[in-house]
Design a binder for this molecule. Structure first.
Ligand code: 7MF
Ligand code: ZN
Length: 879
């Protein structure tokens, strides 16, 4: 039996402040890939307000301790205790200077946490608890201090030596070595420490802040990528400007570094003035990166930059507060993207993603509040809930308080807490106090898990011309919380007449009001609103702009949905209505498929699509969103027992039916969006490509599609069009697909980021055969199980984005995937845990699949040496 990790859980209620103040940390690294020596000197001062025994507790992991001294007295093993990841020194003087020397082994570090090697250069990743793999230190976010870091290395192997803050010295040393000293004047927690050492090429620009500070902007990449940094640099400058304009926040140092690496467990990291990025979120050239990549770069560059204030200047008291910085910073990056691109399209994409990734998490074995109460492995809590749901909760403050009220709250938050490590309660208090309002009820969003459901019913009385709308909210029990309470829901509402005119909203007892959106607050289990002087039975336009993260149930007729699709003033509601209609159509056909009946194309959906496609004035990007059918995973989430094959068959049937019936319109839009002009990266050009390529995907369901795709491929001058064409050929099983893939491979063989796309196209192909392709691709010379991007592209995509492949009835997908989790676990537990979560929703499938998945989970769980990361995921899933 597997060792029980449950007793290793950490509880939020047990938080205790660290009893020492760390005045200063001096680090000296003698750098080499095989073995790096780390000297640390830290000055501890006893916090006067804390009583008890004066012991110093430090964290460390996989460190070779060479020496340890306290106030210049060398400590022997009798003077301290090392237990697990902590080192305790008893009876330390009130002023204690601790000096340590440890050895670490970056080249052998496959977990990519702490100091490790990527290609020929060394770099660090410390969030959340990677600093303890570098040296002994109180590795917790509420211990903040100033860092002085000296890096010494061979000058030829490591010409560039970077750490946080400003460069304050450098020099030559014997034997072809050199050193550089960095000082970061802002106290920071250890998770924001970074160093980079190696041979890297530099792209430099600068930004002058509003108050006149000239900031050097330096992007370091491997030499061959120098021509792919323009978009990242432009995004960084835009982000710096935007944060001044919108949030009144300025950059606070003279230098800002970005380093791109191919070996990174996550997207990027906001280390103070030394951001480290997955190269996927830095490097772009029109022929190597898609429009989605360009937008991703803008968003992630923004996100990391915005952390400088929301995360770095004000940080988290403990890791339970992670959403304090992440939810807020995601909200800020969403707003940045909305202001740079199309607000409506950004909102739709955000909501689609939330429903696809966060709603299932909130309903599965890992359900947790955005501020969890317990965790075993903190790395498992960098979740869609903490990030995306966290951001919607910040957005609700914004909806409730308005832009100026929200900004007043932000201002007070920084006035009170600049330089501190604080909690979500502090953020809420700043918002409430700045607006002279009480947000105590709103606070439950932080502690309650699960997605609220809102059941809406209505009644129109033609005689009294009264319209009553009743909202009943409830949240289904989750594994962590059996009992739920009602939450504060900002409820943005509009009413349309049957012909689509926006009606005035006048609540009973009020003076006549204007037509348009009205913001109501629904905070009770049941709430009834009575509107008067309503001229005809209205179509309710509910939760406009997705004003609260809830599932809305209302028995819309096809006619009402058609009215919303055609006329609603809110782009999100128009899109959502089209999604609902498509969902109804697909799930109905899925039922017929299961019964062995012939499937039929839904007439209302056909009509609605005809209307959407005929619209020649709308933003093409919005049209593209509107005609994108709900994902198979989203549809699966709407069924009591998931019918994997039925969903795929029904969705395909509808896609093909629409394509055949509306071929003329798809053709027309395709042609009118297909620019002869050269590639541009403007939002308008991206919007046109998005509509063009969704039209292509439909046209590929008709005879004409194949030659269209080939023509597009031949003519393409950009990766967006190229990928859409090849992906389409692969998807329809065209005999031309193999050649297209082979040519793509030979063109891009030496390019890791582009090769990721090549793996993805193959891993995502529907059907039970794909597992064999994926298995074969693992032997491809470019694939490496040690590289997170490759693992995500091939293994992650297969398990998470290919339902008919992963859930093949014979269990081959499950077995393959469990083998990968087992293979990854000893190398990179964080990645292994992310992969293992593909099994999380196993209980929602039919008995045969359930049995197969459960067996694989048990096989993983019963391994002798399983990481805590994977154990937590797998044991939760099995419970
Ligand atoms: C945009 O949050 C949104 C989310 C932690 C690592 C980046 O800045 C971060 C880091 C994880 C998951 C998602 C994101 C990040 C991390 C991320 C990046 C860009 N503090 Br894990
Ligand atoms: Zn972040």
């Amino acid at each position: 039996m597997q060792e029980c990790k449950a007793d290793k859980a950490i509880y939020r209620k047990n938080y205790l402040a660290y009893p020492w103040h760390v005045k200063q940390l001096d680090l000296r690294f003698v750098i080499a890939a095989e073995a790096t020596v780390v000297f640390a000197e830290m000055a501890f001062e006893w916090s006067e307000d804390v009583g008890g025994a004066r012991e110093i507790v430090l964290n460390g992991s996989d460190l070779e301790l060479v020496s340890l001294s306290l106030n210049d007295r060398v400590l022997t093993e009798n003077d301290y205790v090392i237990e697990g990841e902590s080192l305790t020194i008893h009876d330390a003087p009130r002023t204690s200077v601790l000096k340590t020397e440890v050895h670490i082994h970056p080249a052998a570090n496959t977990a990519l946490e702490g100091l490790y090697l990527s290609g020929d250069f060394l770099l660090t990743q410390c969030e959340a608890q990677g600093f303890r793999k570098i040296t002994w230190f109180p590795d917790r976010p509420d211990v903040m201090t100033t860092y002085r870091v000296t890096l010494e290395a061979d000058k030829t192997l490591f010409p560039v030596l970077l750490s946080n803050g400003n460069e304050v010295g450098s020099g030559e040393a014997d034997g072809g070595r050199h050193w550089v000293c960095w000082h970061d004047p802002f106290p920071k927690p250890s998770y924001l420490f970074a160093l980079v050492a190696g041979e890297l090429a530099l792209v430099e620009d600068h930004f002058t802040t509003r108050s006149g500070r000239d900031v050097a902007l330096r992007i370091y990449v491997e030499e061959e990528n120098l021509d792919r940094c323009d978009h990242a640099m432009e995004s960084l400058i835009n982000a710096m400007k935007w944060d001044e304009d919108r949030f009144d926040l300025e950059y606070d140092l003279d230098v800002y570094h970005i380093i791109a690496t191919n070996d990174f467990n996550m997207g990027a990291m906001e280390n103070k003035s030394l951001n480290i990025f997955n190269s996927k979120y830095v490097l772009a050239r029109p022929d190597t990166a898609t429009d989605v990549d360009y937008q991703g770069i803008e968003g992630v560059i923004g996100h990391e930059y915005f952390h400088n204030w929301t995360g770095n200047r004000v940080t988290c008291q403990d890791w339970f507060q992670l959403t304090l910085k992440e939810g807020l910073t995601v909200f800020r990056d969403e707003e940045f993207s909305a202001d740079m691109q199309s607000r409506a399209v950004k909102r739709i994409q955000t909501v689609r993603d939330l429903r696809l990734r966060q709603f299932p998490e909130d309903d599965g074995p890992m359900a947790h509040a955005i501020r969890p109460d317990r965790y075993v492995e903190i790395n498992n809590f960098y979740t869609a809930t903490v990030y995306q749901k966290g951001a919607t909760i910040i957005r609700m403050y914004h909806t409730l308080l308005g832009e100026s009220g929200f900004q007043k709250g932000m201002k007070l938050y920084f006035e009170r807490h600049d330089g501190q490590a604080v909690s979500c309660d502090d953020f809420l208090a700043a918002m409430a106090d700045a607006n002279d309002t009480n947000l105590d009820d709103f606070a439950h969003w932080y502690s309650q898990s699960g997605t609220p459901q809102v059941h809406v019913t209505d009644h129109y009385d033609a005689e009294s011309r009264e319209y009553t709308l009743t909202l009943a909210q409830s949240t289904p029990a989750t594994h962590d919380q059996p009992h739920k309470r009602p939450l504060v829901l900002p409820f943005a509402l509009g009413l349309l007449s049957a012909d689509g005119t926006e009606l005035p909203l006048q609540l009973k007892g009020e003076a006549p009001g204007a037509a348009g959106t009205r913001l109501l607050i629904a905070d009770k289990e049941q709430q009834t609103y009575t509107f008067v002087s309503v001229s005809s039975k209205p179509v309710p336009s509910l939760f406009r702009d997705f004003s609260a993260p809830v599932k809305v149930f209302y028995a819309y007729s096809a006619q009402q949905l058609a009215t919303l699709i055609e006329h609603d003033s809110d782009a999100f509601v128009r899109w959502d209505a089209a999604q609902r209609m498509a969902e109804n159509a697909i799930l109905t056909q899925c039922g017929r498929y299961a019964e062995g009946q012939d499937m039929q194309l839904d007439v209302a959906l056909l009509q609605a699509f005809r209307g959407i496609l005929s619209d020649e004035k709308a933003d093409p990007a919005l049209l593209a969103e509107a005609i994108t059918l709900p994902d198979e995973d989203y549809l699966a989430d709407q069924m009591d027992v998931v019918d994997v094959d039925g969903i795929h068959a029904a969705r395909q049937f509808i896609r093909q039916g629409l394509a055949v019936e509306l071929k003329t319109l798809f053709d027309k839009q395709y042609l009118s969006m297909n620019d002869a002009a050269a590639y541009e990266k403007t939002p308008a050009a991206m919007a046109r490509r998005s509509l063009k390529n969704i039209c292509l995907s439909y046209l590929l369901e008709t005879e004409a599609g194949e030659s269209l795709a080939v023509a597009q491929l031949d003519a393409s001058d950009n990766m967006t069009d190229t990928l859409a064409a090849i992906r389409g050929l692969v998807f329809i099983n065209s005999p031309l697909a193999a050649k297209a893939l082979a040519e793509f491979e030979s063109s891009w063989y030496g390019d890791p980021l582009v090769m990721d796309k090549w793996f993805i196209m193959q891993a995502i192909k529907p059907g039970s055969e794909t597992v064999n392709t994926v298995r074969a691709l693992m032997s491809h010379s470019v694939f490496s199980i040690r590289n997170p991007n490759k693992v995500r592209a091939l293994i992650g995509v297969f398990a998470m984005l290919n339902p008919t492949g992963f859930h093949a009835a014979d269990g081959s997908g499950y077995k393959f995937h469990a083998d990968r989790v087992i293979e990854l676990d000893p190398l990179n537990p964080q990645m292994a845990a992310r992969m293992a979560s593909a099994f999380n929703r196993w209980k929602r499938y039919d008995d045969d699949r359930k049995t197969l998945m459960q067996a694989e989970l048990q096989r993983i769980s019963s391994l002798d040496k399983l990481s805590g990361d994977v154990a937590e995921i797998v044991n939760n899933a099995l419970r």
